[in-house]
Design a protein around this ligand. Structure first.
Ligand code: DGL
Length: 271
């Protein structure tokens, strides 16, 4: 595997751009290939089997024998897909796979009042992986969970601070604040894209924690451990692919990422 090969990153949609931002900041010379599975979003309301099938399709696309793909590592920039499919992908693909989970551990370390809130998808909160995470790191503190149906769809539409989005954020954070949380885990990669709005709603005394930077650091460790870091001195580029309509993906990615991103349609057999 050449060091110049890209890193592949995927999410159910554009939420993983919050992780891509951290990866780009930490690894400026890597080429990054981002797949937004927006044709199948949200994953949060799908069965684990459905998410596994999608994750297999996306990982197959990223590792196919093609000069533009064939990535040297895959980042699952999605908590829900990690819970459903990280183990499966690791058993099927040789390429290193970096996955993620809600930041319960750092939140438990950070809370002063001993009450932590977790915003995540229905699928994530229902998963055995989340139960195991709470079991491992949630002891000794109160962890209040809140599923957030509808929020991902608004982010997908680029609605980062409209009235409907604010209303949902208020609806989902109010029960956490009533429980007295002082730390909130943004347990879905779409939510950090709403950070300014969430901060505005919950106020400055509540800490918001996500795992984008930790994932970027883990990716760097993995690439260094396998001697796979890019040796190029020039800045790396980003390529975007979507399983949804290219025009709308282009608009949203431009809003969320900036610049003039080129977005391509995922080939039919992977869509
Ligand atoms: N961005 C995803 C996550 O981190 C999933 C959102 C969804 O499609 O429901 O969980």
């Amino acid at each position: 595997m050449p060091n110049s090969a890209p890193v592949g990153i995927f999410d159910s949609g554009v939420g993983g751009l919050s992780v891509l931002r951290d990866i780009r900041a930490l690894l400026p010379h890597e080429d990054l290939l981002y797949v937004a599975d927006s044709g199948h979003v949200p994953y949060g309301s799908k069965t684990p089997q459905y998410i596994q099938a999608r994750s297999l399709a996306l990982a197959s696309f990223l590792t196919r024998d093609h000069p533009e793909q064939h990535v040297k590592a895959i980042v699952i920039a999605c908590n829900t897909a990690t819970a459903a499919a990280a183990g499966l992908l690791r058993s099927r693909f040789e390429v290193p796979i970096v996955a993620m989970e809600p930041a319960v551990k750092p939140a438990v370390a950070a809370t002063r009042r001993g009450v932590v809130g977790v915003l995540a998808t229905v699928g994530m909160l229902r998963s055995a992986q989340f139960a195991a995470l709470l079991d491992r790191f949630g002891r000794g503190v109160e962890v209040v969970t809140q599923p957030c149906p509808g929020l991902v769809e608004l982010v997908e539409a680029g609605e980062l601070n409209g009235r409907a989005t604010r209303k949902l954020v208020e609806q989902y954070t109010t029960p956490l604040l009533e429980h007295g949380v002082d730390t909130i885990v943004l347990g879905c990669t779409h939510y950090p894209l709403l950070r300014p709005l969430i901060e505005d709603v919950v106020g400055p005394d509540i800490a918001l924690i996500d795992t984008g930077r930790a994932v970027a650091q883990q990716l760097r460790r993995v690439l260094e451990g396998r001697d796979l870091r890019s040796e190029r001195l020039a800045p790396g580029k980003e390529d975007f692919w979507t399983s949804a309509d290219v025009g709308s993906a282009q608009r949203v990615i431009r809003t969320l990422w900036g610049g003039e991103p080129t977005v391509r349609r995922l080939p039919e057999e992977f869509s």
